[in-house]
Design a protein around this ligand. Structure first.
Ligand SMILES: [Zn+2]
Length: 141
């Protein structure tokens, strides 16, 4: 599919791969754009804050990662969890490994306290995105 700016968008295949290859329009959604991964929020409202680190290359599990990708996503996850705690986004951040609908691995940082804080609208999600984007200005991988 091509949008009005003649840009290819939405393959309706793997969202994580589309994000990594800039094939979907996600204004303001990216928190960090690394060399081989991105950091972005789950945008569902009425959810607890969940920030996702996902590789730009389609990877199904940790053993699919190159040594460099593994080092980069581990550094990003450690930085992300600390930033979420420091900024009050997640009181007790924990990491999880999930996969999206087509099997792309997602490393997730979220609060361990289920239901402790829920987004009520997209504006609240975007406020956290702005805070985290500010924190990630001191991160480089
Ligand atoms: Zn993928």
């Amino acid at each position: 599919m091509v949008d009005f700016t003649n840009r290819t968008i939405g393959t309706f295949g793997c969202v994580e791969c589309d994000l990594g290859k800039y094939r979907i329009i996600s204004p303001g959604r990216l928190i960090y754009d690394g060399t081989d991964f991105t950091v972005h929020p789950r945008l569902d409202k009425h959810s607890t804050p969940e920030i996702i680190v996902s590789t730009k290359r389609h990877t199904a599990s940790l053993d699919d990662l190159t040594a460099q990708e593994a080092a980069h996503v581990a550094d990003a996850m450690a930085f992300l969890c600390k930033a979420m705690k420091d900024l009050g986004i997640a009181k007790n951040p924990v990491t999880q490994i999930k996969t999206n609908k087509v099997g792309h691995m997602q490393l997730v940082c979220k609060s361990s306290d289920d239901g402790q804080r829920q987004y009520e609208n997209t504006q609240q999600v975007m406020e956290d995105v702005v805070k985290l984007r500010g924190a990630f200005k001191t991160f480089s991988v």
